[in-house]
Design a binder for this molecule. Sequence first.
Ligand SMILES: Nc1nc2c(ncn2[C@@H]2O[C@H](COP(=O)(O)OP(=O)(O)OP(=O)(O)O)[C@@H](O)[C@H]2O)c(=O)[nH]1
Ligand SMILES: [Mg+2]
Length: 253
Amino acid sequence: MGINWNCVIHTLKSSDLVLEIVDARAPFSTRSEKLEKVIEKLGKNLVVVINKRDLAPENLVVEAHKKIMESVPCIFVSAKERRDIPHLRKIMNVHTPKSDNVRVCVVGYPNTGKSSIINVLAGKHVAGVAPVPGHTRGEQWIRISSKIMLLDTPGVIPWDEDISIEKGFGRPDKMKDIEDSVEDFIERLAKAKYSNIKELYGLSDEDLASGDVVGILAEKRGLLIKGGRPDLKRVSQRVVLDWNTGKIKAFVD
Ligand SMILES: Nc1nc2c(ncn2[C@@H]2O[C@H](COP(=O)(O)OP(=O)(O)OP(=O)(O)O)[C@@H](O)[C@H]2O)c(=O)[nH]1
Ligand SMILES: [Mg+2]
């Protein structure tokens, strides 16, 4: 997966406002500094939308919101629970010109909920949603009111960044060395400010310190390959899916 920056710049130029959708479970690492710099350079209005607030503790989301607000207008919502959507509409109105033909571009890492937010704003299912990062392929303009057109985009994926599961890079069927990434990811979640990883998977502190959490998980779930060895790949794919579908609740810096 990748991104064609020429296309992105062209699209941003034709927009009056850019909504950058980030994941409340990792609000800082799902912000794209590179993209924000481009938006600033083009002189476009930017609003950061922290989505999936239902998957992270309220106090930590509020703290992250406060921090982001120091530099950019920001709001937190849940597309799934349809929370704070009127507030999002209001903010969009404040940051767009008083014209009949306003264009708002929705960007962000894969799986952050761009299409879900568009559907909620449109009040009907107009954009495809899936727990598979990279689900939205082409760009499409969608009218959400007589005044505003929204542009759904594929996830914004700067070329030069590391693969990471919380940034929605994890297409479970495509990831190389998925078991190593998942081992690191679970260890990171265990040390995070908050995660439900221990309860969700029934893991003890010793399991988490073992360096082989993925193997332990496979055994716990009876996912074995020939010879009774743990099926590391299959269990890792399930963990990525649990992140993408929101079974894993967390707050990671
Ligand atoms: N819990 C929760 N899940 C959400 C929320 N918003 C979206 N999701 C889920 O997150 C997954 C990805 O949602 P999409 O709307 O397809 O995300 P996207 O950013 O358009 O993804 P790409 O098109 O792949 O870049 C889906 O399983 C959604 O149901 C939310 O507010 N809370
Ligand atoms: Mg999408």
